[in-house]
Design a protein around this ligand. Structure first.
Ligand code: CP3
Length: 351
């Protein structure tokens, strides 16, 4: 089903959703990838003794953690607290998120026989997501909630490698060496990802972000041939709901146009490409999201303000701009620096 989902009017009229739709905004909206998490002492407190994946399955805890950065920083959107591997865990893949390491998959997916382990995701597999989003939208009022999922390539990178990697040698070996198996793997992951995003939208998420964090490791021709079809499938599957679709990856300067063509309404940009240049690469008809280097937050308030104004200046000719960091908040970031940054964006990004 793809009934059009219309959020309450106040949410629909929020600066964040307006910017995603490339409508005029009263101020540049801002949120941060990984705004909920270890940078916040209140997060570390409520997570104490609870493993990461377990915390993603407790609706009250998810609600509290998702709301923490909204209360503290006055950001313009909340992002649902979860992880990209949650839907894989939900269909029975044996994996864990190891502190300081990331997702680790017990038995990597390497052969055609392994594909049988990737069954379809049903809403019942993630009933805690539906429940948590119900609690959240009741608390959030006019503040939009962003749902998210990992994109097929980035999920495949964990599944095939068995854990985090810098080179993705097993995943890329499959992509180059057994293109049929690779295509079938990505197609399976596209269905799982689309189902997971649909659950979030139907529960009340008013935008979705597809994280293809590690896709910048690919050349454009390989992206177009071996990855883009699966991402297109995900975006097409959720298009009918009418919620903005954001597409993000790191080191994607050479892929920006294709990532927009995959079907996003908003293209996320890391700090390596200035937003005016990114807009030329993406082409017309898309909003952009980004792109302050997250390490700038360690340099002191004057530097943060100056670098933020550079980002806002580069975005001044864009039709739609959502301010964000170029990648996630780093755990050692001073939360007060983030609160000040929101204020700088709201003050200087005013129209
Ligand atoms: O605030 C938010 O942005 C929502 C929460 C969120 C988490 N993971 C929580 C989390 C989001 C959006 C993600 C997405 C995610 N997970 C991505 C894509 C975004 C990106 O950073 O590029 C990726 C690649 C993952 C995989 C993953 N999960 C990694 C690399 C790690 C970090 C490992 C570590 O400990 O450094 C995780 C664990 C994770 N996901 C944490 C959080 C808050 C840390 C675990 C903890 O707090 O104990």
């Amino acid at each position: 089903m793809s009934a059009k989902q219309t959020p309450p009017q106040a949410t629909y009229d929020s600066a964040f959703l307006k910017a995603c739709r490339r409508e005029p905004v009263p101020h540049t909206p801002v949120w941060f990838m990984r705004q909920a998490g270890r940078s916040l002492p209140e997060y570390r407190k409520v997570r104490e003794g609870i493993p990461m994946l377990e915390s993603c399955m407790r609706p009250e805890l998810v609600t509290e953690i998702t709301l923490q950065p909204v209360r503290r920083h006055d950001v313009d959107a909340a992002i649902y607290f979860s992880d990209i591997v949650v839907p894989l865990k939900a269909i029975g893949i044996d994996l864990d998120i190891k502190p300081g390491v990331g997702p680790v998959v017990e038995e990597p997916v390497r052969t055609r026989a392994d594909l049988a382990r990737l069954r379809d995701l049903t809403p019942e597999d993630v009933s805690y997501v539906t429940e948590a989003i119900g609690l959240l939208t009741a608390e959030l009022g006019a503040t939009p909630l962003i749902g998210f999922a990992g994109a097929p390539f980035t999920l495949a990178s964990y599944l095939v490698e068995g854990g985090p990697s810098r080179t993705y040698e097993n995943a890329k070996a499959m992509m180059y060496g057994d293109p049929e198996l690779w295509a079938d793997l990505l197609d399976r992951l596209a269905d799982i990802t689309a189902a997971f995003l649909t659950v979030q939208i139907e529960a009340g998420a008013s935008a979705v972000q597809l994280f293809d964090s590690w896709v910048g490791s690919l050349a454009p021709a390989d992206y177009r041939r071996s990855v883009m079809p699966a991402s297109v499938k995900v975006f097409d599957a959720v298009a009918g709901h009418g919620v903005p679709r954001i597409h993000f990856g790191v080191g994607t300067g050479e892929l920006l146009r294709l990532m927009g063509e995959a079907g996003a309404d908003v293209v996320g940009v890391d700090w390596r490409v200035p937003l005016d240049e990114a807009a030329r690469r993406v082409g017309p008809g898309k909003a952009l999201q980004g792109n302050l280097d997250p390490t700038v937050l360690f340099a002191g308030p004057e530097v943060v303000e100056a670098k933020t104004r550079e980002v806002l200046d580069a975005a001044s000719g864009l039709e739609g701009h959502v301010f964000n960091l170029g990648h996630g908040v780093m755990p050692s970031t001073d939360p007060d620096a983030l609160t000040r940054l929101v204020d700088v964006v709201h003050t200087h990004g005013a129209r």
